[in-house]
Ligand binder design. Sequence first.
Ligand SMILES: O=P(O)(O)OC[C@H]1O[C@H](O)[C@H](O)[C@@H](O)[C@@H]1O
Length: 444
Amino acid sequence: MAYLNFDSSKLTKFVHDNELAEMQAMVNAADSELRNGTGAGSDFRDWLDLPTNYDHEEFDRIKKAAAKINQDSKYLITIGIGGSYLGAQMALDFLHNNFYTREEETTQVVFAGNSLSSTYLQDLIELVGDADFSINIISKSGTTTEPAVAFRVFKEILIAKYGEEEANKRIYATTDANRGALKEEADANGWETFVIPDGVGGRFSVLTAVGLLPIAVSGADIDELMKGARDAQNEYVDADLTKNEAYQYAALRNILYRKGFTTELLENYEPNMRMFSEWWKQLMGESEGKDQKGIYPSSANFTTDLHSLGQYIQEGLRNLFETVVKVDKPTKDIKIPSQEGNLDGLEYLQGKSMDWVNTKAYEGVVLAHTDGGVPVMTVHIPDQSAYTLGYTIYFFEVAVGISGYLNGINPFNQPGVEAYKTNMFGLLGKPGYEEIGKKLNDQL
Ligand SMILES: O=P(O)(O)OC[C@H]1O[C@H](O)[C@H](O)[C@@H](O)[C@@H]1O
């Protein structure tokens, strides 16, 4: 059995025994497109062997930069959006205490540039106050509006606080190796730079410096993270569906999709995995939602959302399926105390582990939702270690590569995200976009 345990045993009501095997020929074709680069978007497959084929010199520099930041900064303002944000945030949440703060000992990693909210940015400025800080600006293109705005604001504060020379030592730029506005600015000012490799798209970049620097600054073990991903890279190579659980997941979600189950909910039973779902949503949504087709990636956080979305999932429109990422061994457990009088009626649970109760809730939900007509699959992950996270990241990355090719699309581009940007630039009066702006303003 693989390190992760993918459980599709509850799908029998929805998927016949023969169906998975009948996908094998299509999976072989998808595998060949992915591995041999014969599929669309083949220039963006370098994440496939990233865990074994990364820049070790840069990896060491990341650790050194993290150590320096830990010494000289109370805050690391990590600026980025989409693939240049979600991976780091989800890893920090996944790997740390729910009330994560490293303020007292070392550096608190905080995020900016992931929205256009002026209130958020001003709140962050007020949080940082007079404290020492550094900036990690992350942008593959170097031109994305949200991070560029936040960077301007914090750069100005940094220079005012430290003067240009010291400020230049406190800015770390993670961007393209050779091109782009950010690369140019970094070179001109002598900032330390880290590379987002050409062949790794933003949503596949968490195991590059994009994720690794903030994760290392947070004190998490990036060696273990890479080791987990490396072992997963070695695990999920066989195109044989009986042997490859990441491919099984990819094939089964396509089988379900073709039966009308067009929305997938990624679910967890740990509040600090909420952002894991947000990371997964970009990975799946940007990869698969194109050519007017694709599974819509959504999420739910349990047991919390059983008290809000639970009704819909149980009895609403039957286009949903669920993929649970279940932690088998919690980082911490608590025993439920006894209480005199038993007024809350919970005495039958006294002395029981709270995680056992959480797991019984999960089991009950799987059966109820299955009865209600919602297919449920589970990816069991052993714990919330850095190793497990690296492994799990790779599981979903390789699955979406196969899944995208199974559905006949290019899983590695994202042409659709430009449409709103063009409109926004027109409305903002960006030079070169005046005509578009004029037309749009007439429509408003
Ligand atoms: O890293 P950047 O070039 O700033 O891009 C950040 C994000 O924004 C874009 O709009 C894309 O849709 C994403 O795929 C990307 O991750």
